[in-house]
Design a protein around this ligand. Sequence first.
Ligand code: HAM
Length: 411
Amino acid sequence: MHDILPSDQYIWEKIRNNLKDIAGFYNFLRIDTPLLEEAALFERTTGQDTDIVEKQMYIIKTSKGDRLALRPEGTPSVARAYIQHGLSHLAQPVKLYYEGSMFRREQPQAGRLRQLHQAGFEIISNADDPVYDAQTILACCRLIESLKIKNLNIHINSIGCKVCRPNYRRKLIDYYKPLAKSLCKDCSRRSVNNPLRLLDCKTPACQPFKEGAPIMLDSLCANCGKHFKAVLEYIESLGLSYTLDHYLVRGLDYYTKTVFEIFTEGIDLAIGGGGRYDYLIAMLGGRHSPAVGAALGLDRLVDVIKTKEINLLGKIKPKIAFIHMGDLAKRKSLSLIEELRVSGIDAVDFLGKDSLNAQLSLANKLGSPLALIFGQKEALEEDIIIRDMKTGSQETVPLKRIVKGIRRKMK
Ligand code: HAM
């Protein structure tokens, strides 16, 4: 779990601002759900056999016997809130977005945090229109690109539906049966109950077996095949670069049809991932509501921005420097600076420093266009000096007219 230090805050602020703009453009509405949910919510949805639920949830047992989990992801909470608050009555589709901390007890290593931050988009509706899959991917890509991260590649696959997946499961079980003894512990346990999970295994010893495994595309029913083709056509028409990844199944159980992950050069881990989850809301007791969504890993985006030294700062408007000298001036300074704040003038003070030279040199370092010099004499006479930091020219103005004086000089 990381601290986010002041030096990185501008990157986080930029991401949050851009998220708000992009979500707003595509008409996603903000939703915030609690950090704690009943553990059973994730066990039923994310899936008992997934690494996230099996190994990575932080569970809190209350004195009354409740089992709560620090949310490992946002989708089940959004689905729960959608049902609980009757959001199905809103105009369809319902497009929601969120941003915040998720918690997964991962093995600590580069790019895998135990408190991670995600920005997520979810589109819930009464139809599984492939245009929503494309729009989810598009919103993710646009957010990443708005942070000047280029060369995105979308790894995409379809993992079918209730109709065609059982057939694929059977093929996988048959394929893995003779390999049972060579598989890692998790895979050998999951090979019968949840064989799709084997394609998601990260253990090096299991990697070679993936190569020969049957692929889902060969088993898709006509409906899923048509759906996937339409998603790919939309993505192509948007000019987004993608790779068909036959073994992409994603580490969560609720997906149907489209699944995808987003990569960029210079980092092996996905910077975002998502997919369609047509049965999740009905499974939690809501009416049948096909849905699709994705989440971006904000910590990974920040890593990319820092590693590639991407400059997101743009031009910062330097503040006006407030320089004081002497005890009387110092005593009057705080309320004078408040007057500036109320009038919308951005000022930086050096109230902890007494030397004029030290304060002027700080003002120079900060690139302040003007300095307000408030000394003992000015404090007594209710004046202030406005100094043009470039030319060095100075003008004394009455305190009453300080704001006007500054505005005139700034022009
Ligand atoms: P996910 O693939 O588990 O999907 O997470 C989405 C993204 O969060 C990943 O692509 C990655 O960038 C980031 N991430 C995941 N785990 C970590 C970690 N330990 N440290 C740093 N970053 C991490 C979901 O969470 C789904 N809820 C996405 C979704 C939304 N599907 C449908 N709607």
